[in-house]
Design a protein around this ligand. Structure first.
Ligand code: SF4
Length: 188
């Protein structure tokens, strides 16, 4: 069986490799107790899509599971607007677009292209502000960059000493469960 790497895991890896360990430790518990406010809101934002009732428009596909054999990745898209050939990732709130989020959207793009969909535009959409943030369609160089990052993920040694960035920790949903830092997150 082919082992796909989840796009959400790659995003977590960019943020902090240790957060993947914490996610796997706590994801089996009560999600509502673990998720801090932003993630709960984020999940709510995706709920309508996950229930496939975001749009009844025939030219929109939502919550589609996607795979890319070439890169060995899998995930789920938010919304694909067929008439515009546009792929959109919705976020509850978006002040900064991080590299991990870009990799996630690139990954969705390569999955869908391999599956035969046509995509000419990519964008993030912030629900709170009702703003759209266009993202350039990845080129071959970007694809190599993503493939290199996936390789880095595969070769990661969990015993590697991680660099603690307290600014990240204060915005990490696992902060209060993490034994690597004493800071508390901003959601407490
Ligand atoms: S609290 Fe800090 S060290 Fe711990 S998982 Fe989050 S970002 Fe990583």
């Amino acid at each position: 069986m082919y082992d796909y790497i989840l796009l959400s895991t790659l995003n977590d890896f960019v943020f902090c490799p240790y957060s993947i360990y914490l996610h796997n430790v706590y994801m089996g518990g009560d999600e509502e107790l673990v998720h801090a406010v932003p993630q709960t809101r984020g999940k709510a934002a995706h709920k309508t899509i996950d229930q496939k009732n975001y749009s009844s428009k025939k030219d929109e596909i939502s919550s589609l599971a996607v795979f890319c054999d070439e890169l060995g990745i899998a995930g789920k898209i938010d919304v694909y607007k067929r008439n515009k050939k546009l792929l959109v990732e919705r976020k509850y709130q978006l002040n900064t677009i991080y590299q991990g989020q870009i990799y996630q959207l690139w990954g969705q793009y390569f999955c869908m292209m391999e599956m035969g969909y046509e995509i000419e535009e990519l964008a993030f959409y912030a629900i709170v502000t009702n703003k759209t943030f266009p993202v350039a369609v990845p080129n071959e160089e970007n694809k190599k960059e993503l493939a290199g990052f996936i390789q880095e993920f595969k070769e990661f040694n969990p015993e590697t000493k991680i660099t603690i960035n307290e600014n990240k920790c204060t915005h990490c949903i696992y902060c209060n469960l993490c034994d690597k830092t004493e800071v508390t997150n901003v959601y407490s």
